[in-house]
Structure formats: structure tokens, C-alpha cells
Design a protein around this ligand. Structure first.
Ligand code: SF4
Length: 282
């Protein structure tokens, strides 16, 4: 999965790409009934916050829910028609349609209802109300690709949102999955804090992380301590070493498929986007 997601799909967007590379690119862009709702929620919230950051009023919740449901129906139709195979960036593609997975109408409805629940919890929350009261210039970034240097390696990052509150930077993360979040600073949030410290020049203990579990409607707020910072730095270092250890050429960032071991576990492979091109022994 890792090879296909980060190396194998490369150039698959070109019209003259060979068939397998093109297939990998199309499969990489597939969503599924669990990841698709999360993406819809993130995109919807990002649009609202971008409007707030430009001083543009945000629509009422009922209108947001209506528009979002319409967009999801359109995504679903596009996916079912298979248009994404021609242009996976323009048209939504779902794993369930690509692999002809039998999904009941109730299951699809549950995915859409989950979006309604997450959006309702967000727009009716005190946290959203506080965001609407921020001055536009206090929105620092919303779903933008960014990067920071970690001991000579570029670490790429995309925050759901960062805001300024007095002398603190607040890093927001919307959680839409059904898995419950652990307490304490997660490696992901510590990494975001490290980025915010680097990008905005504030001491790391002035970075606050807020994970808003939109599904269950609660917020976890943390700040990074020196201990968690040491842990995350060791974690990033180890991850970089693991990733680079798989490369054919570290300097040029070149990978070869044969160097990546297949998982070949039935339960995992049957839910993997790349099953068609990988053909594992399961
Ligand atoms: S099909 Fe299985 S082995 Fe192949 S990429 Fe997916 S998870 Fe890995």
C-alpha cells in the first residue's frame, strides 16, 4: 500500500502513462463509505472557515446540510457511473463501486447520516461560535499544504486549521471516525505542534492542540510538554529512517516495488484499494 500510494502512482495522471501506472493512480484516489464522509465533513468545514477568514458570512446549518447531502448524492452518482476512471481528480470514485461490493441502502444512508451528525455537532458547538467571533486575521491557515525541516528532511503537513489566541497558536483537528481518541498528545498532534512552533516562531509550550471529535461531540485540548516533544522527535526520526530504509536511492527518493513486502492478509487485502494491481496470495 505504501509503495503504491507514494511511488507507484507517480506519472499516472499523464495521458501516455502505461496501463498499470494509470490503474494505480485511479485506485489511489478511491474513497470508501468510511473515508468519504470524513472528507466531505473536512471540506465543508474548511469552506466555512475560509469564508470566516475573509469576513464572508457562513450559511445556516440547514442550508449547509442540504447542500452537502446534494453534493454527496452527486459524488455517489459519478462513482457509480465509473467516470472517475477517466478523471479521478474531477469525479468521485468509491471503492465499493470499483470492486462491486454489495452495500445496502441502509449502509449508504448511515454514511450520509454520519456526515449530518458531525456537521450538526460542529456548527452548533461553542467552539464554532468562538471561531465565528475571531478576527479574520487570526485565522492562520486552513487545510493548506505546508512543510517544515526536521534535521535536514522535509516533513509535509496539512493542518485542518490554525488560529491565534492571544500569545498562543491553536492547532485544530476535526475527528470524524468512530474510533475513540486516546487522551494525551498523539504523535500526529505533537507533529503539528512542532510545525506551528517552527512556522510561527512561538515556544512549543505556547502551542495548544484541540482535537474535536465530531462524531461523539467532545473536544480534547492538550499542549506539548518537553517530554512529549522528545518522544515525537524520536518518533519522527525513526519513521524517516524506516521510510528511507526501503528506498533504492535515498538521495533521489527512488523506490522499487520489489523492495516492499506484501501484507497478504485476507482481511486487510480485501479492503485495499490496490488489490487489483497487487494480486496478493490470499
Ligand atoms: S492487496 Fe494486500 S499486499 Fe497488496 S498492497 Fe494491498 S494490503 Fe498490501
Amino acid at each position: 500500500m505504501y509503495f503504491f500510494s507514494y511511488y507507484g502512482h507517480w506519472d499516472g495522471w499523464n495521458r501516455d502513462a502505461d496501463k498499470r501506472t494509470r490503474d494505480i493512480y485511479v485506485l489511489k484516489n478511491l474513497k470508501n463509505r468510511y473515508t468519504w464522509p470524513g472528507q466531505v465533513v473536512h471540506e465543508c468545514i474548511a469552506r466555512s472557515l475560509q469564508n470566516l477568514s475573509r469576513g464572508i458570512p457562513v450559511l445556516k446549518l440547514e442550508e449547509i446540510l442540504r447542500i452537502t447531502r446534494t453534493m454527496m448524492r452527486e459524488d455517489f452518482r459519478q462513482s457509480r457511473s465509473g467516470k472517475y476512471r477517466q478523471n479521478p481528480k474531477t469525479y468521485a470514485g468509491l471503492f465499493e463501486h470499483e470492486y462491486s461490493v454489495d452495500v445496502t441502502d441502509e449502509d449508504w444512508k448511515a454514511a450520509a447520516d454520519g456526515v449530518d451528525l458531525c456537521l450538526t455537532n460542529f456548527y452548533e458547538s461553542d467552539h464554532y461560535r468562538a471561531l465565528t467571533e475571531l478576527a479574520p486575521e487570526h485565522f492562520l491557515e486552513i487545510e493548506e499544504f505546508a512543510a517544515f525541516d526536521f534535521r535536514g528532511t522535509k516533513v509535509r503537513i496539512k493542518l485542518d486549521c490554525a488560529t491565534r489566541e492571544d500569545d498562543r497558536i491553536v492547532v485544530w483537528d476535526w475527528k470524524t471516525g468512530k474510533r475513540e481518541e486516546d487522551e494525551g498528545v498523539s504523535p500526529q498532534m505533537a507533529c503539528y505542534a512542532l510545525y506551528a512552533h517552527d512556522a510561527y516562531g512561538v515556544p512549543v509550550d505556547r502551542v495548544v492542540t484541540r482535537r474535536f471529535d465530531l462524531y461523539r461531540n467532545y473536544l480534547l485540548e492538550d499542549s506539548v510538554t518537553q517530554r512529549s516533544l522528545d518522544d515525537i522527535q524520536a518518533y519522527i526520526e525513526g519513521s524517516i529512517e524506516d521510510m528511507q530504509g526501503l528506498l533504492k536511492d535515498r538521495e533521489e527518493n527512488v523506490a522499487d516495488e520489489v523492495d516492499f513486502r506484501k501484507v497478504e492478509r485476507r482481511r486487510i487485502c480485501l479492503g485495499c484499494n490496490f488489490l487489483k494491481v497487487c494480486q496478493p496470495n490470499i
